[in-house]
Design a protein around this ligand. Structure first.
Ligand SMILES: NC(=O)c1ccc[n+]([C@@H]2O[C@H](COP(=O)([O-])OP(=O)(O)OC[C@H]3O[C@@H](n4cnc5c(N)ncnc54)[C@H](O)[C@@H]3O)[C@@H](O)[C@H]2O)c1
Length: 332
């Protein structure tokens, strides 16, 4: 295996551009001199104020255009493709999060699967446009053969969210096969850092420890996640946009799993306080371990995550303290 050849691009559609990863990627694309059209419906899953805040720096750049709308809106998506020649579509809009998907599986399938279908249907006539989409480490389910390679079993999802992402992998393969759409699916492993979704564990834990409140720990603390810093993920997405060709799946992780207990200790270290922890039962839908084998992304994309958990958490905390309002910092 060797690095795939680079293809340039200048105009990009980013769906989910107001979200955590979408706004971070859009900033990098603008910094690289690209034109970015950002599509987002400001889904109220978490604070819409935060999403608006994510866009402030992007909207200062004349190369950024925001379209407020839904990926399920047929007319809107049709007109976006009719009016623009996108070199790459980066599809990040989705209902994210494992636990809420158990309560509301319909909306996860609507947005994640039918929304993706709507984009692909309209994209298929423009075969030069590359399609890069967020899948998730959750497709590996309760895999017990770490590290997880892209070739591992992924049909045994344990949450509707994971099932919806697996369905998207199959759907995008179908459209790539039938219509020659150059497609890359990226399996992200627990992404964290500035602009992070506030309902994600690390964001909650930092605000709880800083406030001297109790941290809820689900399970015995030995479950582990392959936490991956946002800048490393953005770099991996950027590299995959340059090298997207025929249908391909890549893991974008850190390949260094950290137990929940270690993560809580690291939060305490960064906050300079000993966390007070209360243990609860395991949550349904959660997996015991995520652990990315990143050798394929390393050899074909030149992907190489660089940020340690401690540095990444400290960066997140600095960002949260200067960007989040008091009511958003004390969400628990
Ligand atoms: N953050 C992670 O750890 C992680 C891990 C694996 C996969 N992913 C995937 O990466 C992508 C981005 O995740 P994120 O953490 O930035 O989440 P996010 O919720 O911050 O961003 C998603 C954005 O999509 C928008 N959106 C939702 N439904 C929409 C619709 N119908 N039409 C238009 N926009 C819509 C939301 O308003 C939001 O701004 C998602 O596809 C997610 O499933 C994230």
């Amino acid at each position: 295996m060797s690095l795939l050849p680079i293809k340039s691009f200048s105009k990009v559609l980013v769906t989910g551009a107001a979200g955590f990863i979408g706004s971070s990627l859009s900033q990098r694309l603008l910094d690289e001199g690209c034109q970015v059209v950002g599509l987002d419906n400001f889904d109220p899953f978490y604070s819409v104020k935060l999403k608006r805040h994510n866009l402030v720096s992007l909207q200062l750049d004349s190369n950024f255009k925001l379209i407020e709308g839904d990926i399920l809106n047929e007319k809107l998506v049709a007109s976006l493709f009719a009016e623009n020649d996108f070199d790459v579509v980066v599809h990040l809009a989705a209902k994210a999060g494992v636990r809420p998907s158990i309560i509301d599986p319909e909306s996860y399938f609507d947005v994640n699967v039918r929304g993706t279908l709507n984009l692909l249907k309209h994209l298929k006539s423009t075969t030069q446009t590359r399609f890069v989409m967020a899948s998730s480490s959750s497709v590996y389910g309760d895999n017990d053969k770490p590290p997880f390679a892209e070739s591992a079993e992924t049909s045994l999802a344990v949450s509707p969210y994971a099932a919806s992402k697996k369905a998207c992998e199959v759907l995008t393969h179908t459209f790539s096969h039938l219509h020659g759409i150059p497609t890359t699916m990226l399996r992200f492993f627990t992404v964290y850092g500035p602009r992070q979704r506030p309902e994600m564990a690390m964001a909650k834990f930092i605000s709880l420890v800083d406030a001297g409140k109790t941290v809820p720990m689900f399970g015995d603390g030995q479950s582990a996640r392959d936490y991956t810093y946002i800048d490393d993920i953005v770099d991996g997405i950027y590299r995959s946009m340059q090298r997207c060709d025929h249908y391909k799946i890549y893991n974008l992780g850190n390949s260094t799993p950290v137990t929940l207990q270690q993560m809580i200790e690291c939060v305490g270290d960064v906050c300079g306080k000993s966390p007070i922890v209360e243990q609860f039962a395991d949550q349904p839908g959660d997996v015991h371990l995520t652990f990315a084998d990143i050798s394929l992304a390393q050899s074909e994309l030149g992907y190489s995550p660089k940020t340690s958990l401690r540095d990444g958490l400290a960066n997140y905390r600095r960002w949260a303290q200067s960007h989040l309002l008091a009511d958003e910092l004390s969400i628990w």
